[in-house]
Design a protein around this ligand. Structure first.
Ligand code: UD1
Ligand code: MG
Length: 451
């Protein structure tokens, strides 16, 4: 027997009209990643011989997202059957063709493996992935015969009341006999209702050839198709539930899991604690023993072991913190390294900066990194003390062990171990406060007499 050759076609050409968006539907994000990227990762995990993505006209963003996998253009967008037909010439003699939908992003690799196994075991022409969803829903209905084989798929818009009452629904995902596919596609005819070529019609065509079709079931939460913003929100909730469960299982404490929002790529060490109301953007790695306190917004950041972040901290891309560093409330970092044991505990902006080990950044410190045209770096050495309310005007270097007095505006490089005072001098006028108040009171009295 020849070896199994698997081709995966990902359908992503649909207009997504119901999303009410100028963005192609499959580019809408779940857990910070476009839906298409989720589907591609799932496809990759099956180690197929090829992956082809079907796109519509003017979908450059989808083509870019699909790379390095090739895309084929479906120019007319005449339905799911027409989309697979567009991909047919690019297929490389597959024994199995797996059709995934770009708008069905949560399907698990294990479920797809079960489908492919079922196809080989039963030699079915088509294996369809089904789910139980209580009517009324807009999914196609799976009609079984008395042997439990699939006899046809009926689109909701075209179903009789009796068919509509069925709760076994079509997820859209299909495994198809690669040798039979071209002959089946050839015979698709447009739906009299919508004028589209339905991929789902492959089932009745295969039956007419004396072939069988089978159904594999999986939970509806895994197979939800996203056609609207409400569907997107529901899929986000399902995916977040999965990511939270995974974090808990890996040794992360979530005080209130439902209020922590992960990115699909968030990497978490053990004994990490995350308090309520924290959001992770893409590209975050958190090492062991880190504590994230409430109300933090974190993206593109590496947080090294033992560090404490927040409450109310904002870490932007290019932040690297710790080990054992502290970032406190209302502190923002962007493209900034906070070294081992360093602290920035209150009300601070550190942008395009490096802060050495053991340094202490006082409340209200600002790295002035932008002159309206260009960005500049601030390099602070180790064991430096920056007094509160200091403005560090970049480009600037502050040497190891230096001490900047509170309220300084520092515009020149500071040598190691120096003390810098760069602020207006204090003037004292003894006994003047009460004289000043008496003068002001008299002024006020004169005004109220006139008024
Ligand atoms: C489809 C199924 C329906 C199933 C549902 C599951 C058909 C006819 N209907 O309906 O039985 O219950 O999915 O979610 O297959 N696409 C193209 N080109 C096109 C049309 C669509 O590439 O011309 C792509 C879309 O980008 C999308 C997928 O195919 O990723 C499904 O299209 P969509 O229009 O959402 O189909 P549904 O109405 O959801
Ligand atoms: Mg859909």
């Amino acid at each position: 027997m020849p070896p199994n050759r698997l081709s995966i076609i990902i359908l992503a050409a649909g207009k997504g009209t119901r999303m009410q968006s100028s963005l192609p539907k499959v580019m809408h994000r779940l857990a910070q990643r476009p839906m298409l990227s989720h589907v591609i990762s799932t496809a990759e995990s099956l180690a197929p011989d090829q992956i082809v993505v079907v796109v519509g006209p003017d979908m450059q963003s989808v083509v870019a997202q699909a790379a390095p996998y090739p895309t084929v253009l479906q120019s007319g967008q005449l339905g799911t059957g027409d989309a697979v037909r567009a991909a047919l010439p690019s297929l490389d003699r597959p024994s199995d063709v797996l059709v995934l939908y770009g708008d069905t992003p949560l399907v698990e690799p294990e479920t797809l493996r079960r489908m492919l196994e079922e196809r080989r075991r039963t030699s079915a022409a088509v294996v369809v992935l089904g789910m139980r969803v209580a009517p009324p829903v807009s999914y196609g209905r799976l009609v079984l015969d008395r042997n439990g084989n699939l006899s046809e798929i009926v689109e909701a818009a075209e179903a009789s009341p009796a068919t509509l009452a069925l709760d076994l629904c079509n997820s859209g995902v299909m495994a198809i006999d690669g040798a039979a596919l071209p002959g089946l596609l050839e015979r698709l005819t447009p739906s009299p209702v919508k004028g589209e070529f339905y991929l789902t019609d492959l089932v009745s065509l295969a039956r007419r050839d004396g072939r069988i079709a089978r159904v594999i079931e999986a939970p509806a939460a895994e197979l939800a198709g996203v056609d609207s913003r409400a569907g997107l929100a529901a899929a986000e909730a399902a995916l977040q539930a999965k990511l939270r469960a995974r974090a808990l299982a890996c040794g992360v404490t979530l005080t209130d899991p439902s209020t922590v929002w992960f990115s699909a790529d968030t990497k978490l060490g053990r004994d990490v604690t995350i308090e309520p109301n924290v959001l992770f953007g893409p590209g975050v790695t958190i090492e062991d023993g880190v504590a994230i306190k409430s109300f933090c917004h974190i993206e593109g950041a590496l947080i090294r072991t033992g560090s404490i972040i927040g409450p109310f901290a904002r870490l932007r891309p290019g932040s690297a913190i710790g080990p054992d560093a502290h970032v406190g409330n209302f502190v923002e970092l962007k493209n900034a390294v906070l070294g081992e044991g360093a602290k920035a505990n209150h009300l601070t902006y550190l942008g395009d900066a490096t802060i050495g080990a053991g340094s202490n950044i006082g409340a209200g410190t600002i790295t002035c990194n932008y002159d309206g045209f260009f960005k500049y770096r601030t390099d602070i050495g180790s064991d430096v003390f920056i007094g509160s309310n200091s403005a560090l005007v970049a480009p600037l270097r502050v040497g190891d062990g230096a001490l900047i007095a509170a309220g300084s505006t520092v515009t020149r490089d500071v040598p190691a171990d120096a003390i810098v005072l760069a602020r207006g001098e204090q003037i004292e006028k003894p006994g003047q406060a009460s004289r000043f108040r008496a003068m002001k009171r008299r002024q006020k009295d004169r005004q109220s007499v006139k008024g």
